[in-house]
Design a protein around this ligand. Structure first.
Ligand code: FEO
Length: 185
């Protein structure tokens, strides 16, 4: 059984993950409007992944006898100055999410909730990848600078990303659906 403090904190994290999906979809729309479909595709896949992160919390809260309550999702920004700025903000956003996850780990340990602690370890690992993906793209965009050919090549590379349906979306919720460490994103 989840205690109220953790239930509330996990519901807030559900909202934060849903906001991440909204933010990345807004960024994707910005790239669509600039005829850079590869960056848009990468961000659309990222938005789908963020919803699976939210659903991990949804499944876990209910599996532990808690209740998911949905709250309003903040309106994300819609305009950026450059592709580089988009990915600098992505990197900054992922660092913020890492901080939120770390706070949840601290809370679950303070509350002696070992199941929540284990559940969150998947997110601790995932955030390493999330930050790394964003910072690598920042570095590539810095190298491309104002070179249109380099930007178009990078756009093609980014467009190869595909969304892999993770167990968290499977119709029958097994343990993998709770976000066990080692399960696919
Ligand atoms: Fe769900 Fe990008 O962290």
């Amino acid at each position: 059984m989840l205690n109220k403090k953790i239930e509330d904190a996990f519901n807030l994290q559900f909202n934060a993950e849903a906001y991440s999906a909204y933010l990345y979809l807004s960024m994707a729309a910005w790239f669509e409007s600039r005829n850079l479909p590869g960056f848009a595709m990468w961000l659309k896949v990222q938005a789908q992944e963020e919803m699976t992160h939210a659903l991990r919390f949804y499944n876990f809260i209910h599996a532990r006898g808690g209740r998911v309550t949905l709250t309003a999702i903040e309106t994300p920004p819609a305009e950026w100055n450059s592709p580089l700025q988009v990915f600098e903000e992505t990197y900054k956003h992922e660092q913020k999410v890492t901080g939120l996850i770390n706070n949840l780990v601290d809370l679950s340990q303070q509350e002696h909730d070992h199941a929540s602690d284990v559940f969150l370890q998947w997110f601790v690992n995932e955030q390493v990848e999330e930050e790394s993906n964003a910072s690598k793209t920042v570095e590539k965009l810095k190298l491309a600078k104002d070179n249109p050919s380099a930007l178009l090549m990078l756009d093609t590379e980014m467009g190869t990303r595909v969304f892999l349906v993770p167990p968290v979306l499977a119709p029958t919720i097994g343990f993998g659906g709770l976000g066990a460490a080692g399960a696919a994103a």
